[in-house]
Each structure stands twice: as C-alpha cells, then as structure tokens.
Design a protein around this ligand. Structure first.
Ligand code: HEM
Length: 320
C-alpha cells in the first residue's frame, strides 16, 4: 500500500496505530484517575464510584486491545523480518528467535510484564499504594514503546537524548488523549446527575484536567521538536521528503487540537465557572463535550499518522 508516495505495510501500520492509541488511552485513563478524578470527586461518594467503574472499564478495554495488538504487531514484524508466513514463523522457531535475540522482542517481553503488573493493580485498586504502582506500570508500558521505534536505534549521547524525549513524548500524549476519554466519561456521568454540588466537583475536575493538558502540550511540543531535529534535521527535509510531509500533517492536526483545547480552557470553562443551572451553563457544557470528542478524533488521527511515520526512513537519511 502506498501513503504519500511511500510504500508502507498496511496491516503493520494499522496494528501500530491501534496499539499506540490503546497504550496511550490505558496509561492516560490511569493518570486521569490519579491526578484528576480521585482528588476532584473525593467528596462525592456515589458520583466518584460511578466514574471509577466507568474508568475501570475503559482501562481494562484499553489494556486488552494493547495486549492483542501487541501480539499481532510482534507476529507481523517477525513475518516481515523473516519473510515467512504466520504458521512457518511459529513452527520454524523464528518467533522465539525474534523474542530472544532482537531489541523489539526483549522490549515486548518487558512491556508484557508491565501489562501484567498493571492488571494486578487494577484488580486490587482499592489499595492506594497499588493505585500508584498501577500508574508506574501503565507509564512504563507506554514509555517503553520508545525503544521499539527510531529513538531506539539512535546511538551514543544523542541516543540518550532521543530516548528521553520520546519517553516524555509518549507520556504526554497519553496524559492528554487518555485524559480526554476520561473527561468525556465525566461529562456523560454528569449529564445523568443533578445532585447538588456535582457541578462544582465537575468544574474542579475540568480545571485539574486543563492544568494536566497544558503541561502535556508543553512537553509534546518540546519533545516533538527534539524528535524532529534528530529525525528530520532541516526545514527543507520537512518540506521535500515523504517523512517530512507526513510529520507536517501531524503537526497541523496537533495545532487544531490545541485550538479546540484553548477554546475549551479560555472560553467555555469560564462560562461553566460563572454560571450554574442556567441555559448558558448547559450550552457551554455541551460545547465543551463536543469539542472534547473532536479533540479525541484528531488525537486518534495523529496515532494513525504515527503508525506510518515510525515505519518510514527518517527524512534526515535523504538529505546530505
Ligand atoms: C497530540 C499530539 C501528539 C501525539 C499524540 C504524538 C504521538 C506520538 C507517538 C505515539 C509517537 C511514536 C513514538 C515512537 O514510535 O517511538 C510520536 C513520535 C513522534 N512525534 Fe509525536 N505526537 C504528538 C505531537 C507531536 C508534535 C507537536 C511534534 C513536532 C513538533 C511531534 C513529532 C514527533 C516525531 C518527529 C516523532 C518520531 C516519529 C518516528 O519515530 O519516526 N509529535 N508521536
């Protein structure tokens, strides 16, 4: 299949995109619970319980999709490395060789261990210490993706900078996009709740999330610039290469996301702050809900682009 004139492996790209989105949503949902929902909804026992059960469902679904697409990604990569079909890849032992002798294989095993730790923490999430351990396991599960991509093959000190930037990039992407799923679930729970005080708690959660969102955007821009500097290297490469043009498309989607986030933070949130139980409040809340869903759609589009980007030769390789 060709994309922007570049030949890409369709099934591999699709699996990577879904895997990145699922890993980020899983880690982001855990971050949303620890940094936004738990502190904001501590006073609302039943509201908090409903939100927690919905967030648990989101996290488990994300983890299941991460596990399945992780296995498929592993198989597809083994098949593309060896040129074997799925059955021969297993019967010939190629799968074990890739698992044991490649960086991708070793990182996949480590990530599988983090996924198991996270699953155990989700089962025992009534213990606060295990909620924090779950946060660490979820962050490691998504952060370790950096060792499977271009950042994992940059050598020397530049390699350490690239890996650090990419890990921060993945954590920030998770906090923002996974958090947006949490926010849309919060609004859905809110639409069925009219209990007194809920609006205040919801507003507290919205303000906590926008703080997390602004930190994530800043980290995404800084780590994204480092990634771009290492893998693209010049404006010319950004404009004239397939990789560069695809990255530009990603940056356009990112700018649109930031635009919606700014409208939410500086136009709609003040409206729900100043008004309660009024038409203005209801209109602002439904606009906030709609914009949140649009941001999620743009975020998923970015994961689709990244699904391709990581399989292309970096632009800097074509520039001399
Ligand atoms: C919502 C915003 C964003 C999301 C969700 C996002 C997500 C991701 C993900 C999942 C990766 C893959 C990491 C890997 O394979 O190791 C990645 C890589 C990358 N991102 Fe972003 N990113 C975002 C914004 C940005 C921005 C603003 C820039 C540029 C300023 C950027 C530049 C890059 C580059 C150059 C890579 C390396 C791709 C490669 O491995 O070839 N990203 N991004």
């Amino acid at each position: 299949m060709s994309w922007f004139g570049a030949e890409v492996n369709g099934p591999l790209v699709l699996t990577r995109a879904i895997h990145f989105a699922a890993s980020a949503t899983t880690a982001g949902a855990v971050m949303f619970c620890v940094f936004v929902a738990d502190p904001a909804l501590r006073q609302s026992r039943d509201g908090g319980a409903i939100l927690q059960s919905r967030m648990a469902a989101l996290t488990w679904t994300g983890l299941a999709v991460t596990a399945v697409t992780g296995l498929v990604w592993f198989m597809l990569l083994t098949m593309s490395i060896t040129g074997l079909g799925s059955r021969e890849a297993i019967t010939s032992g190629a799968v074990l060789t890739v698992a044991g002798d490649t960086q991708f294989g070793l990182v996949s095993e480590v990530r599988a261990a983090f996924a198991l730790v996270l699953a155990a923490c989700l089962v025992l999430s009534r213990y606060v210490v295990l909620r924090w351990l779950g946060l660490a396991a979820a962050s490691a599960l998504v952060g370790a993706i950096a060792w499977t991509g271009h950042a994992g093959s940059t050598l020397g000190e530049l390699g350490i900078l690239h890996l650090t930037a990419d890990v921060l990039h993945l954590l920030a992407a998770s906090a923002w996009i996974g958090g947006l799923f949490g926010l849309s679930i919060l609004f859905a729970v809110g639409r069925r709740r009219s209990a007194f005080g809920w609006e205040q708690l919801q507003l507290d959660a919205v303000l906590r999330f926008s703080a997390l969102g602004m930190i994530s955007i800043a980290v995404l821009i800084l780590s994204g610039i480092v990634n771009t500097w290492i893998l693209v290297g010049s404006f010319r490469a950004l404009l004239v290469t397939d990789y560069g043009q695809l990255l530009l498309l990603k940056i356009v989607a990112f700018v649109l996301m930031v635009g919606f986030a700014a409208v939410n933070r500086f136009w709609l949130t003040p409206q729900i702050t100043l008004t309660t139980r009024t038409k203005t409040h209801a209109n602002a809340l439904s606009a906030l809900t709609r914009n949140t869903l649009i941001e999620i759609a743009l975020g998923l589009a970015i994961f689709a682009i990244v699904g391709v980007l990581g399989t292309l030769h970096p632009a800097i390789h074509f520039m001399n």
